[in-house]
Write a protein of this length. Sequence first.
Length: 277
Amino acid sequence: MSESLVPGVAVELAPGVRRLIAPNPGMMTGPGTNTYLVGQGEVAVIDPGPALESHVEAIVAAAGAPIRWILVTHTHRDHSPAARMLAAETGAEMLGQVAPAGPHQDDTFSPDRALGDGDALATKEFVLRALHTPGHASNHLCYLLAGQELLFTGDHIMNGSTVVIDPPDGSMRQYLDSLRRLRRESVAAILPGHGDVLREPKAVIDWIVDHRLQREAKVVEKLARHADSPLRELVAQVYDEVDSRLHQLAQRSLLAHLLKLEEEGRAMRDGERWRLI
Ligand SMILES: [Zn+2]
């Protein structure tokens, strides 16, 4: 692990942009959730992270100036629960989208200002523009810092692990559409919700789209040979190179691929069994 990825140590990544990693490392979170601080005179916090008192204190200490805004990329529990705590302490305004119903959601997050696609937070120092990027989560927003063209991607693009697409809130079709949409933006670097900065945005996005489409091609290939297979059998075929202990998780991604094919009229199901059309 590089020193810059140590939890609790604020690192300046660009003028007026700092990263502070929450102390919640794990299989799904990598070194921990990245909390970003934007601005120097007045600070915006992006993704304050899980509800950990120590992390909230570290954010306030690192800011070194009034925290006026708290933006969240989405409402999974490793990204938004500290927003309420930080807002209570600083009086900052909370921005983002409300949590949809469902498991793994932080329903304590309630934005003072709901942001839609293209909405911006404009301050004296900087402008952050929200881009609605459903796929990993239906209420997912990326934030583009104007001028420096830094893109905060939350869990839409991570560094070091594959993004989980868990239906029904997650959608593979929307995920790929959102990636293609981001590719059309002018972006200098990607600042992900987990892991280090990604310096070649277009190459990164191309790789992810490619990787997903390769998996989709494998789904189609295996489905052609094993028609009417239930998910739990198909997963071993499609993810045959993946450790079988991860197949339970992979089954969610497989379902996401199948639902995309269904939406496109390329596959259908009979109960739990899937086949190509
Ligand atoms: Zn997430």
